[in-house]
Design a protein around this ligand. Structure first.
Ligand code: NAD
Length: 396
């Protein structure tokens, strides 16, 4: 089948298998070029391992530290004239590369919020790995089914308290206009916390502790975002920010639970980057376009793989995690420098549809978005037939 991008708002409904493989290969190359991480992780569970930050975490652990990885995700295989999701092709490519490098890699495709997938994961750890020494929690989902009650929680991206009006970018047309988002109502905040907060991370860690599958000195990390004030009403102080606060509550509770194992839980605050999850947040794509331009000009731009390599290499495994006053790891440090923020802040006031190409990196935004789905990668012939039915080796 010949596969082209089909973009619907902020999602692309097709994915290119060879393009995704190329994207994974490029990420592997970045990590390998940096050499081995000394005393890095050896047996790693990645929950949300197929795209974005989770995929890059898996690649950084495997190819930066020769780690065995068990990856959990929720993706769809190709069927008939429908391509698989990008995360499916990414995972197929990752496993192939891992096998070629002699590294253990196994995947579980299913709902990570469910008891069944937690049980299946523990059985796989016991059978193949014994124990794991790093647990990465990188889920991003619009909904979660409570495993105990069956209730379906839905997360929303809304300000809290009052409506929020600001500039917004239509990422398909490049038009900069204004958007007003009405505040959360009813139980929106609680629902969002139930999906994107720390409850499920806590459940995972409880199960892993009870099953005795965590090594002494185990570390676990979940990802968060803070960003600049201009985005606070929709992010840090919005419904999603409340969920991220809940992650910090759980991080502290997990520190206590892991103390007998001399373990440590972390929240890592990562940089704003184009991923499937971040494209859905209003206002943020315009900020990302301005940020990319400023950081590329300063030579400090990173993508998910550079971020996750730095998290493992320069924070979690070098004995110097450099926590902030709230105990969080900050790999958003380069994004948040006063110099970068001053440039972005000034351009935020000035930006409009006409000057977007000059002040922002809209082209970079769009090409990063397409790359998430395997499009626009060098060395891939997009006019050629490609096999869209490929499987993930460990799931066959
Ligand atoms: P993403 O959409 O690329 O990845 C989400 C992952 O979760 C995928 O592997 C997907 O398969 C998996 N997933 C979703 N629902 C699942 C389910 N029910 N069961 C199993 N797997 C499921 O998102 P991302 O941007 O990489 O986000 C990961 C984390 O990083 C989130 O906590 C997000 O808030 C955080 N973060 C993102 C950014 C950013 O700019 N993208 C910045 C800082 C922090």
């Amino acid at each position: 089948m010949i596969v082209a991008p089909k973009i619907r708002g902020f999602i692309c409904t097709t994915a290119h298998p060879e393009g995704c493989a190329q994207h994974v290969a490029q990420q592997i190359a970045v990590v390998k070029n940096r050499g081995l991480i000394e005393n890095g992780p050896k047996k790693v569970l990645v929950i949300g391992s197929s795209t974005g930050y989770g995929l890059s975490s898996r690649i950084a652990a495997a190819f930066g530290s020769n780690a065995a990885t068990l990856g959990i995700f929720f993706e769809r295989p190709g069927e008939g004239d429908r391509t698989a999701t990008a995360g499916w092709y990414n995972s197929a490519a990752f496993e192939k590369e891992a096998a070629a490098a002699g590294l253990y890699a196994k995947s579980i495709n299913g709902d990570a919020f469910s008891d069944e997938v937690k049980k299946e994961t523990i059985a796989a750890i016991k059978a193949d790995l014994g124990k794991v020494d790093l647990v990465i929690y990188s889920l991003a989902s619009p909904r979660r089914t409570d495993p105990k009650t069956g209730e379906v929680y839905k997360s929303v991206l809304k300000p809290v308290g009052e409506s929020y009006t600001n500039k917004n970018l239509n990422t398909t047309t490049g038009v900069v206009n204004e958007i007003t988002i009405e505040p959360a109502e009813g139980d929106d905040v609680d629902q969002t916390i139930a999906v994107m907060g720390g409850q499920d991370w806590d459940l995972w860690m409880d199960e892993l502790i009870a099953a005795d599958v965590l090594s002494e000195g185990v570390q676990t990390v979940a990802y968060s975002y803070i960003g600049p004030e201009v985005t606070w009403p929709i992010y840090k102080n919005g419904t999603i920010g409340r969920a991220k606060e809940d992650l910090e509550r759980v991080q502290k509770a997990l520190d206590t639970k892991l103390a007998p194992l001399k373990g440590k839980a972390w929240v890592s605050v990562n940089k704003a980057l184009v991923t499937q999850a971040s494209s859905a947040i209003p206002v943020v794509p315009l900020y990302i376009s301005l940020l990319y331009k400023a950081m590329k000009a300063a030579g400090s731009h990173e993508d998910t793989i550079e971020q996750m390599d730095r998290l493992l290499r320069d924070r979690l495994y070098n004995g110097n995690p450099q926590p902030d006053e709230a105990g969080r790891i900050r790999v958003d440090d380069w994004e948040m420098t006063p110099e970068i923020q001053a440039i972005v802040g000034k351009r935020w006031d000035e930006v409009n549809t006409e000057n977007l190409a000059e002040l922002g990196d809209f082209e970079g935004y769009q090409s990063s978005f397409l790359r998430l789905f395997g499009f626009g990668l060098e060395g891939v012939d997009y006019s050629k037939d490609t096999d869209t039915s490929i499987g993930v080796p460990s799931l066959k």
